[in-house]
Write a protein that binds this ligand. Structure first.
Ligand SMILES: [Fe+2]
Ligand SMILES: [Fe+2]
Length: 191
């Protein structure tokens, strides 16, 4: 079993205090969701903790890591804003620097920003935990946290909507995986 406390200490040494606090909060949110939805709690905690391990790296380092990921991932992300790279890039970084080789954890980290169609429960948990972590300044945070325990898909919908609106407002390209996640939820939950 991957040791949570060792990962936490190591993460603390590579992230700013603000990002570290966010990471611990995401891990706590992921733990609650994992208990609720019956998936491996330790894996969810680790994935939540480490999801932003590469978030503070520069474009060059992220591009290098991404290019070392599998070609499918590289091709899926290479033409989009580099801020999205930190998920897929972490699949390489966490293997090399943290010794994480659990595919369930790695794919949840990989897709925590964009999502994709037909996500696993573990992927959904990290995707949503990142959105409802305790330090988020949303006025409706408590409602979102409660809703996530009842119907996680509806909080995924909210995260996609906000992400897509942000891209439109900033005239940024929208990653097709985000659109696929959105469409998938609409198909499953209706409009
Ligand atoms: Fe992130
Ligand atoms: Fe995050």
């Amino acid at each position: 079993m991957i040791d949570y406390d060792i990962c936490k200490e190591k993460l603390k040494s590579i992230l700013s205090e603000k990002r570290f606090i966010h990471s611990v909060n995401v891990s706590k949110a992921a733990e609650k969701l994992a208990v609720c939805y019956g998936v491996d709690v330790n894996k969810a905690k680790i994935a939540g903790l480490l999801h932003d391990a590469c978030k503070e790296m520069g474009e060059e380092a992220l591009t290098k890591l991404l290019s070392e990921a599998n070609s499918e991932l590289f091709n899926a992300f290479k033409n989009f804003p580099f801020k999205l790279y930190h998920g897929p890039a972490a699949t390489v970084y966490l293997r090399e620097e943290f010794g994480i080789d659990d595919e369930e954890i790695l794919s949840a980290v990989c897709f925590h920003t964009t999502g994709h169609a037909d996500m696993t429960v573990m992927e959904k948990i990290v995707f949503v935990a990142d959105y409802i972590s305790e330090e988020r300044p949303f006025g409706n945070l408590k409602e979102l946290q409660a809703l996530a325990l009842k119907n996680i898909n509806l909080v995924m919908f909210d995260k996609c909507k906000v992400a897509i609106e942000k891209c439109i407002n900033k005239r940024l390209t929208i990653h097709p995986y985000t659109v696929a996640t959105y469409n998938d939820i609409i198909e499953k939950e209706g409009n």
